[in-house]
Write a protein that binds this ligand. Sequence first.
Ligand SMILES: N[C@@H](CCC(=O)N[C@@H](CS)C(=O)NCC(=O)O)C(=O)O
Length: 234
Amino acid sequence: MPDLSAFPIVDRWPAQFPDRIQLYSLPTPNGVKVSIALEELGLPYEPHLVDITKNESWTPEFLSLNPNGKIPAIIDPGGPGGRPLALFESGAILLYLSDKTGRLVPSDPGLRYQTIQWVFFQMAFVGPMFGQLGFFHKFAGREIEDKRPLNRYRDESKRLLGVLDTRLAGRDWLMDEYTIADISMLGWVRNLIGFYGAGELVGFDSFRNVGAWLERGLARPAVQRGLTIPARPA
Ligand SMILES: N[C@@H](CCC(=O)N[C@@H](CS)C(=O)NCC(=O)O)C(=O)O
């Protein structure tokens, strides 16, 4: 049985199954990338709920795994060389899981890099811009009288949806097959029109290819399961 006692995070979130991948997360757009990938891959894992609304990601135990204080993070007890590997940053975790299994990424080296390119596009643009739009449209930023920040993130989000819409013309997924690039993006687009309520603001209905892609993605059973893991307390 692997020994995870060197990781202080297990003091606060004990591992009942230390031989499984330990997932520290919450079902947010960044968190669900990893739970969806794990569900798609069928890898054995143990989810732990880190309640960011209670600042649990800023506790010393969590910071010992991710000094940046953000979910998601994992420990794979069976990492490279059979040694435990701790990882944070959802894009890095997606890449790691796809490399570990040889799945959810094309085997052709060129196509693999293009898949990674779309994951980086999500990490650098879609997540940060949609997140800021959510803040200025739905949360505390809504109160700010000066609408320039809201308008800036609205316009940038629309531009990004346009990039995605063009890429998705005539294709089901961002690559020729379903990959970690789709997984990285689905939760964010869903959130934009769902939780953030910004569908009308960005004219989502005009991005028909993105709408059809989102529907296809959300219909996948592993996506549906991943979107609710770790289960929030009742
Ligand atoms: N680039 C990071 C972003 C992670 C991130 O922003 N996580 C948010 C939830 S979606 C978080 O943990 N927020 C907690 C906080 O800031 O207190 C990744 O993709 O893993």
